[in-house]
Each structure stands twice: as C-alpha cells, then as structure tokens.
Design a protein around this ligand. Structure first.
Ligand SMILES: [Fe+2]
Length: 139
C-alpha cells in the first residue's frame, strides 16, 4: 500500500506513479446544463429529490479551518498533483510517469445520457483541471 497524495510511488520498472483523489469543479457537467443553473444549485448536490452523498459526508477545510468550496478543493488537489509531476517528470532515472486519480480528468470519458438527473450528477465526476496538470507530461 502507498498513499499517493503523500508522495509518488516507484515500481521496479523505474516508473513513477503520482496521484491525487482529485475533486470536482462542475466542469464535467454539460454546457447546456451549466447555462441553465448556477453554481449554488450545483454546490447543493441535490436534484429531483436525489442527493450526491458528498453533500452529507465530505467537508474539506483549509489550514485556517474554514470550509472549502468544491472549486477550491479541486484547484488545491490539482496543484498538489502538478507538484508531484514536476518532482519526477524530468528525472533521468524515471522511465515513465503514471498519473492516478479517483475523479475523472477528461470531459470525454464521462458517461453521457443527455438526460436529467444523470447529467446534473456528472458535475461531480471530476475536473478538467486534473488533465491540465497531467498535460505537463506530454512533451
Ligand atoms: Fe468518489
């Protein structure tokens, strides 16, 4: 076991595995949905009588103890992921860098139905910001 957010892990093949839970910033909701509701409606994580359980079970706090919003959490985790990538990406002894996240980093990999409430809850699948962090690896 290795807790990736604490540090990268290395395997016998000289591959560095970097990782973060990642978070969501609603960027994976479809544009048609984002144009019809505001960020407060997304932050509530409830639609049509259904609740995304993070609304009850997750509360990230900053160093001062203040509650953090989803976008701030996503940016923080992306920043931490980028720091890990920067730590290993240019090392001559690293053959390959593998990025692992819990949340999805690409709009294209999210399962789409075009229907509600499904597309509303796609807002909580991840953030395109994780992909921006990972693009640092493509040289
Ligand atoms: Fe999750």
């Amino acid at each position: 076991m290795h807790y990736l957010p604490a540090s990268p892990a290395r395997d016998r093949r000289r591959r560095e595995i970097v990782g973060s839970c990642g978070w969501y910033d609603y960027s994976l909701a479809p544009p048609w949905l984002l144009s019809t509701i505001d960020s407060k409606a997304l932050a509530a994580k409830q639609f049509g009588g259904v609740m995304w359980k993070d609304a009850l079970c997750i509360a990230f706090r900053d160093r001062a103890g203040e509650l953090m919003g989803d976008v701030e959490v996503a940016r923080t985790m992306e920043k931490e992921l980028k720091a890990q990538i920067d730590l290993v990406a240019d090392r001559a002894d690293v053959k390959e860098v593998i990025v692992a996240t819990h949340h999805q980093p690409f709009y294209e990999v999210v399962n789409r139905t075009g229907t509600l409430p499904w597309e509303y809850f796609n807002a909580f699948m991840g953030s395109t910001g994780s992909a921006r962090s990972s693009r640092a690896l493509r040289r």
